[in-house]
Structures are given as C-alpha cells and as structure tokens.
Design a protein around this ligand. Structure first.
Ligand SMILES: Cc1cc2nc3c(=O)[nH]c(=O)nc-3n(C[C@H](O)[C@H](O)[C@H](O)COP(=O)(O)OP(=O)(O)OC[C@H]3O[C@@H](n4cnc5c(N)ncnc54)[C@H](O)[C@@H]3O)c2cc1C
Length: 288
C-alpha cells in the first residue's frame, strides 16, 4: 500500500500550476483533497511521476454571490459547502448534497473540484451540478473555457477536461423563488458513496404548477445523467402525488443500470424510482 515514487510541486498560483501541468501533462496529476487520488496511488492504479498540489494556491476555496450567480472555488471542501449559511438559504441542494458525502474526515479534506474531475459514477456532486445546470470553469495554457455540467461528464471516470486543464470554479445562477430543492441518497453502507443519489431542482408557480424541473441521478449508470423523461412528465403539471409518482417511474428510462455485488441493475432502478419520487415530493413541499 505504498505509492510508486513521484516528484512533488506546490505552486503558489494558478498560472504556475498551469505551466507545470503543461510541461508534464502526460505524467503529472493535480492533488486536491487526495481522497480519491491517494488511495488510487497506493493501489498503483495511478502512478503519476509528478504531483502538483493545489493546496497552497490562495483564492481557490470560496463561496461567493456575484451578479446573480453563485461562484464556488474548485478547492472548496465538502465541509465548507455543507456549513455555508448563505447556501443553506439560497441553494440548499448544495448543502444537503455536501452533508451526504462520506464521513466528517472525508468532508474536511475532499473538494468539489476534485470530485467533479474524478467523475466517480457513484459520487454525489455530479448529480447536484447537473440538476443546478451549473457551469465548470476550466483554465489551461490557452486561457479559460466554460463547460456546461451536462457536457462535462463524458464516461466512467472521464470528463470533458483536456490534458493540461485545471478546474478553477463552479458557477451557477442563483435559484429564483419559489424553488424547491432536495438531495435524496441511498449510501453504500461501507463507503458512503451513492448506490443511488437523486438531486432535484424545481421552480414552481404560485399555484403549484411545475415551471421548470432539473433532475440529476448518480450511482445508477456508468456516469451521472439527467432524468429527462421525469422532467418532461413534471413540466407544466400540478405537483400532486399521482403526477409525481407517475413521473418518477421514468427515472431509468433509456439507462443501462450497473450491477455489482451490492445491488443488481434492477434493484438500483427500483431505488432510483422510489428516491426520485421522494426527492420531488420533498422539493415540492419546500417550494409551496
Ligand atoms: C472513505 C471515503 C468515503 C467517500 N465517500 C464519498 C461519498 O459518499 N460521496 C462522494 O461523492 N465522494 C466520496 N468520497 C470521495 C471524496 O468525496 C473525494 O474527496 C473526491 O472524490 C475527490 O476529491 P479530492 O479533493 O479528494 O480530489 P483528489 O483525490 O485530490 O483528486 C481526484 C482527481 O481529480 C483531479 N483534480 C483534483 N482537483 C482538480 C482540479 N481543480 N482540476 C482538475 N483536476 C483536479 C486529480 O488530479 C485526481 O485525478 C469518499 C472518499 C473516501 C476516501
């Protein structure tokens, strides 16, 4: 359980990190909280020759409200997100999602940027950023670019980041009231990762009609996905029990669900339907 030998660099600025990464992008890895990367290195699943530690770069860990947007630095820890009083008021989906991750040690070190970049199929953040229609700001030698969360997760452990790019920020529109949000999760009993995780973000009219619905589901397939059929079945509808149950039954439409020792694909889909229903109900109650 000892990693292979590696060089270590701790740049003080993003520009310096981009330069270092650009010089050795084939053999270097960024280090954030280390809670996914270090175990992979110990198991020799990852053997980077250079670790570029982002921990000394100032101003990569923040939660700000600016011009109608919420801005989150890539190195913001799960705990900082979970405990943000601002987010509890204006975007509780983020605090709920953060609070569901692993245990307190994991939440103290793990970062939102590291989790998104790692793109574990059972990670919680991907569901939330998809449901919030967030954008991921990446910086590389060619400057910055913005990637929509919907386009960011490409496949198992694979994102739209190009070699040499670093996630700098996650940004999203501040949700407008009346809105309802909920994160509903079935954690794996050993790791805490999502067997199924459902993030719901609704906008509801004064007379309880669903004006917009965004639903992200993690844990079920090889990558997070938008439950488009559920969203379509809610749109323009009165959010009553029967409508919600009927809509949630589409949670796995078009999806090939993963099977493993803990849960078969059929069981995962059944969990996804039930927890989509519960998450929509909770979000509806909060919105009305
Ligand atoms: C016991 C345990 C339980 C856990 N339970 C859960 C859980 O319930 N839910 C959950 O979602 N996760 C869980 N995790 C994972 C945890 O949330 C990790 O913190 C997270 O997946 C990775 O974040 P990190 O900051 O530790 O990244 P690291 O491990 O440092 O990095 C992960 C990957 O992302 C890359 N990277 C890091 N930062 C950036 C950046 N800014 N730009 C580009 N690439 C970057 C790294 O090079 C590496 O490839 C658990 C982990 C452990 C050890």
């Amino acid at each position: 359980m000892i990693p292979a030998q590696f060089d270590y660099a701790a740049p003080n600025s993003i520009a310096e990190a981009v330069t270092l990464l650009g010089q050795r992008s084939d053999e270097a890895k960024l280090l954030a909280g280390g809670h996914s990367l270090i175990p992979a290195m110990k198991l020799r699943l990852a053997q980077p020759q250079l670790l570029i530690d982002l921990g000394r770069i100032k101003d990569l860990a923040y939660i700000r409200e600016e011009g109608g947007n919420i801005l989150i630095g890539a190195m913001t820890t799960h705990y900082q997100l979970e405990s943000s009083e601002t987010l509890k008021k204006i975007c509780p989906l983020l605090t709920e999602c953060a609070a569901s991750i692993g245990d307190v040690q994991v939440r103290n070190k793990g970062t939102i940027g590291g989790s998104l970049a790692h793109a574990d199929p059972a990670a919680d953040w991907p569901a939330a950023v998809i449901a919030l229609r967030a954008e991921i700001v990446a910086v590389g030698a060619g400057g910055e670019r913005v990637i929509k969360a919907d386009d960011f997760f490409v496949d198992l452990l694979t994102t739209a980041l190009q070699p040499g790019e670093i996630i700098r920020e996650i940004r999203l529109e501040r949700p407008q009231n009346p809105r309802g949000q909920a994160y509903q999760k079935v954690p794996h009993p050993a790791s805490g990762f999502a067997v199924v995780g459902v993030a719901v973000n609704l906008k509801v009219t004064a007379d309880s009609l669903c004006e917009s619905a965004s639903i992200g589901i993690t844990g079920v397939a090889t990558k997070v996905y938008r439950a488009a059929a559920v969203e379509g079945a809610l749109l323009g509808q009165q959010l009553e029990d029967q409508t919600i149950t009927t809509a949630a039954a589409h949670a796995c439409d078009g999806i090939e669900a993963n099977s493993d020792l803990y849960a078969s694909g059929d069981y995962r889909c059944q969990l996804a339907k039930i927890h989509t229903q519960r998450a929509i109900k909770r979000a509806t109650i909060k919105a009305t």
